[in-house]
Ligand binder design. Sequence first.
Ligand SMILES: Cc1cc2nc3c(=O)[nH]c(=O)nc-3n(C[C@H](O)[C@H](O)[C@H](O)COP(=O)(O)OP(=O)(O)OC[C@H]3O[C@@H](n4cnc5c(N)ncnc54)[C@H](O)[C@@H]3O)c2cc1C
Length: 509
Amino acid sequence: MAGNSTRGDSALNAARRQRELRALGDGTTVDVLVIGGGITGAGVALDAAARGLRTVLVEKHDFAFGTSRWSSKLVHGGLRYLASGGVGIAHESAVERDILLTRTAPHLTRALPQVVPLLPSIGAAQKVLVRTGFVAGDVLRRAAGTPASVLPRSRRIAAAEALRLAPTVRRAGLRGGLLAWDGQLVDDARLVVGIARTAAREGATVLTRVEATKVTGASATLTDTLTGETLDVTARSVINAAGVWADQVDSSIELRPSRGTHLVFDAAAFGGLTASLTVPIPGSTSRFIFAFPAAHNRVYLGLTDEEAPGPVPDVPHATDGEIDFLLDTVNTVLREPLSRSDIRGTFAGLRPLLRTGGDSTADISREHAVLTSPTGVITVVGGKLTTYRKMAEDAVDAAVAHAHLPAAPCRTRTLPLVGAVSGAARDAIAAPPRLVERYGSEATTVLDQHPGLAVEVAPGMDVTAAEFAFAVEYEGALDESDLLDRRTRIGLVPEDRKAAEPAARAAFE
Ligand SMILES: Cc1cc2nc3c(=O)[nH]c(=O)nc-3n(C[C@H](O)[C@H](O)[C@H](O)COP(=O)(O)OP(=O)(O)OC[C@H]3O[C@@H](n4cnc5c(N)ncnc54)[C@H](O)[C@@H]3O)c2cc1C
């Protein structure tokens, strides 16, 4: 029988995948078939399984293979939406941010200071706008019930403090900075894996390397992309969470993707940056780029917003124009300009935006939508990482209503993800802080892997072979790329990826 067979066990691995695929072959009808293993599909599978529905999720590649690994890894309070009058969506973001930071994923999130340096290039009007925006962000935070102990209130800071947070900022003419706080993910792909494993713990069958085709509101053909074997499943409801590929699953969907690009630097290039260095885009009053500290001692610099018409590639790429734009803009506030030779990697992702008319993609609504096609397929698309839980709740509500499913009420507001831990319990974990930050309460399980695996996967890298072993045994990693490009983010720097490849191969021997 599919679904609910391994309730309580969050470990995903090749053996479980094979067992569950075989069980699915028996031809059981499931309550909910979810297509797509990004943040949205994983969230839907968790929501549905936690309501007691027999749930199967299929992902063509790996968890977070699509857009969900190319984000800025921020848990947004929704400030940006206020600028365009979207009070409802801004409030929703702030509420979901609070849920992630305080209840469901405190182990994978943290408070991130954002600093806007007040340099001569920032005019008086722009300064007033930023300050007003930050104060509005405080109101949003309070309205969502997030205490200042979790996200401190915004304030103006002196030049010395701005330089402490962002040491490579230009000193000449620096009048101080504006400081606000938002949420940051340890890593977006890790959040997706955490949600997928929690869904599995709640009884969902969660299968990677399985593609859905011939999708209707009540059935699909599933292909095991590792063996080429196919099977047909029937489902009382089918939820399409295929992101920028949603229109290939259901042709009634019309998308208008936009590309966002980031550059990857060594942390040293930004001299020990501990905040998100937020830089207004010259000529715009509401758009910024930002550089922020990220996993593996790196800094990411983003973000562009470019129309991306045409066929959707598996892996999008940064353009030269985007790279120049990001470098030129950040250099407006840096003492020593950065150049192309400082860049260690780039990454780009496509936002799955619904086609809504003739606006530029920057102005298209970032709200999510739940749509039911004439064949009964329910598509959930748009939104963002931060609001995945609400998107999932809305999609499952729609499925329950559409197929009259016998479901319990949504439980995900208070359901901690696998590894969730905070406060004193977190402080008491007997493992290095780096492991606690990535694995939460499971850090000790990583440490418990074979003692011979407590070695770096390549010289100077902050990842051990034990982490690779844990990913294979517990996090559903099926090949080297899963380890290098999603369970860890080593792969964002091609040179580092090459150096760690032998260790990744060894993890499967
Ligand atoms: C550059 C950028 C920065 C962003 N920054 C942030 C941020 O900081 N904070 C935030 O909250 N949000 C951010 N977002 C938004 C957020 O990343 C996306 O909204 C979200 O990741 C979309 O997730 P998804 O699950 O809908 O799509 P995806 O992650 O793309 O998942 C869809 C999955 O479906 C699978 N699939 C496709 N077809 C099939 C099939 N036929 N069968 C089986 N599987 C299939 C794909 O392989 C893929 O894994 C950002 C977006 C971009 C582009």
